[in-house]
Design a protein around this ligand. Structure first.
Ligand SMILES: C[S@@+](CC[C@H](N)C(=O)[O-])C[C@H]1O[C@@H](n2cnc3c(N)ncnc32)[C@H](O)[C@@H]1O
Length: 277
């Protein structure tokens, strides 16, 4: 089971641009932690539809430079269509191959809600290290896998998929979270093993509030570019979605909304000033 970039669509890309408020909010915190300054060169890996890029463009001003890369054509298209800054560009690319970027050329690199999707994390970190300037910083905001089991949404998805028809057919070890998600310890180890000095780590609880169960599954499908329920066999996937929505609907609070928390790791790492590329 791998991450599929071909499951995305125009519709999911458009939905993501409209409903990714919680990722955007996390992204602005990540940018604050990175202390981005006017004039800096920025690489946004997994830039999606460019919402955070548009925000950071205002910080770096006309003297900075910004490049966003993402493997999903439809999202890169939205980002370019909405881009109004001459010093910003979005192109198709993946974290594991930054071959088109010179060594030691970037001040700040960040991956906001992206690193848990990256299949070859070692390769990506080697590339990030190579292209960062000495003293340059890398920022990560990514799901805390060790806390997944206590986030309501995962608990409900997993409880539905462990019953009835799904019990024999679904292997949790194959879920994207299990295959590619990472714990805080994994993240710190990976950063340190790839030459980066870990400067700051924080886990933050982020509450999301939804009007309906359908809004939740739509949000997950758009955020996962069609990879939600990848580990459920094709023949059971639509029914699984209906059953999960029915279960989610039971969790409405007094004001009719459905609320779930999710835990995000914010990590800032730095390439040492004395390092050669
Ligand atoms: C949840 S979205 C986050 C988008 C954006 N960073 C934001 O803050 O809204 C995850 C993004 O990661 C991208 N992605 C997945 N695997 C990737 C990889 N190997 N390299 C770069 N981007 C990747 C996806 O294409 C998708 O746009």
């Amino acid at each position: 089971m791998t991450v599929h970039f071909t499951y995305d669509s125009k519709d999911l890309a458009k939905a993501y641009d409209e409903i990714s408020n919680s990722q955007f909010k996390n992204g602005t915190l990540l940018v604050e932690k990175l202390a981005v300054k006017p004039g800096q060169s920025i690489l946004d890996i997994g830039s999606g539809t460019g919402r955070l890029g548009r925000h950071i463009g205002e910080i770096i001003g006309d003297t900075g430079s910004f490049l966003g890369i993402d493997p999903l054509e439809e999202r890169v298209k939205i980002a370019n269509d909405k881009n109004q800054q001459a010093n910003a560009a979005y192109k198709i690319g993946v974290a594991e191959d930054l071959g088109f970027i010179p060594d030691s050329s970037i001040d700040i690199i960040y991956l906001n809600a992206v690193f848990h999707w990256v299949v070859d994390k070692e390769k990506a970190l080697q590339e990030i290290y190579r292209v960062l300037k000495p003293g340059g910083k890398a920022g990560f905001a990514t799901g805390a896998r060790e806390l997944n089991s206590i986030t309501g949404l995962n608990r409900i998805t997993n409880s539905v998929l462990s019953e009835g028809l799904y019990k024999q057919a679904v292997n949790f070890a194959d879920s994207i979270q299990n295959l590619h998600g990472l714990t805080t310890t994994n993240l710190v180890q990976l950063l340190a093993n790839n030459g980066l000095k870990v400067r700051d780590v924080q886990i933050k609880e982020v509450e999301r509030k939804y009007r309906s169960a359908q809004e939740i599954t739509r949000f997950i499908e758009a955020s996962s570019f069609g990879n939600y329920l990848n580990h459920v066999p094709d023949t059971l996937r639509s029914q699984a979605k209906v059953d999960i929505e029915a279960e989610l609907d039971k969790h409405r609070s007094g004001d009719g909304s459905i609320k779930f928390s999710n835990y995000t790791i914010f990590a800032i790492a730095q390439k040492s000033l004395s390092s050669a590329a």
